[in-house]
Design a protein around this ligand. Structure first.
Ligand SMILES: [Zn+2]
Length: 299
């Protein structure tokens, strides 16, 4: 049995419900309470390490302060919010960088234990836990667009193809004898910032991702299960939101097994309760024995 954990950044439970994304909602779903320390809304670099460790940002220490103090960043964030009103796409992308990356260009790796630790728990990028480079790459593209060195079209393409590489990884990972296959996918966050005032374009992104998740569902073995998580949602112009283009508190948890975790800090325990132990001795012993049998050395 493999537990597939899809960390789908910025999937907003309200939007997933409104758009009828049945693969994102799975058998059972809930609005998951997320965490925030540096800003008034949840932040990618803080929340994912919290989800993996079960610790609040003040406990795992990944708050993204960097050189700046939190008051300065909060003030900067408030100024950025007012720029949203202009509706200019460049300023919105600039806002997203200020609010979501800030000093996080060198997002670190937590020291505390996570549910992703262990030889039979396969991970393909998890912010603040395992190989931050994919997130840094996308954040870097944001900067390129903001500085007018790259087109928005290219950012969108790179975001989709990055996401595709993660979904493809899941399809391969579940064919192996592992407990967990977990990956972080950033496409809804990036395009959510860009399309927070364009419901049709935003909905299309949800439908695209919903389709990819549907393909993973179809590929699951009989005993395999799926857990979908987000760290926050996205405030948009067509809902009664205060700051369209910023992160909402409407994170999601959905699953194919039992009831999903209600709180970001409960995820680690939830995973440990649902994962199936693999006996490494047995796994290792089976492989040569099968090969020996095939070769006719043993009956
Ligand atoms: Zn995020």
């Amino acid at each position: 049995m493999v537990l597939v954990v899809l960390a789908l950044d910025a999937v907003d439970v309200r939007h997933a419900e409104d758009f009828g994304c049945e693969n994102l909602l799975l058998d059972e779903h809930t609005k998951m309470q997320s965490v925030a320390h540096r800003l008034e809304h949840p932040h990618t670099g803080e929340a994912w390490p919290s989800i993996a460790t079960g610790l609040h940002p003040t406990e795992h220490g990944m708050t993204g302060h960097g050189e700046w103090d939190s008051q300065f960043l909060t003030a900067l964030s408030r100024i950025a919010h007012t720029l949203n009103v202009s509706g200019n796409i460049r300023s919105r992308i600039g806002d997203a960088i200020k609010q979501n990356t800030g000093q996080d260009w060198s997002l670190q790796i937590v020291d505390e234990p996570t549910f992703l630790d262990g030889e039979y728990r396969a991970v393909h990028n998890w912010p603040g836990v395992y190989r931050n480079e994919a997130l840094h790459y996308i954040w870097g593209l944001f900067e390129e667009v903001k500085e007018d060195r790259m087109s928005e079209e290219t950012l969108i393409r790179e975001t989709y193809t990055e996401a595709a590489s993660k979904f493809g990884w899941v399809h391969e990972a579940i064919t192996h004898d592992i407990q967990i296959a977990a990956t972080h996918i950033h496409v809804i966050d990036v395009l959510g910032h860009i399309y927070s005032d364009d419901r049709a374009a935003y909905r299309q992104v949800y439908e695209d991702v919903d389709e990819r998740v549907g393909e993973v569902r179809e590929a699951l073995g009989e005993d395999d299960e799926l857990l979908i998580l987000s760290d926050h949602g996205m405030e948009t112009t067509w809902l009664d939101d205060d700051d369209p283009g910023t992160h909402s508190w409407r994170a999601i948890a959905s699953t194919t097994v039992g009831s999903p975790p209600e709180h970001a800090l409960d995820v680690k325990e939830w995973v440990e309760d649902h994962v199936q132990e693999i006996d490494p001795e047995r796994t290792r012993a089976d492989i040569p024995e099968d090969q020996l049998r095939e070769l006719g050395y043993i009956d």
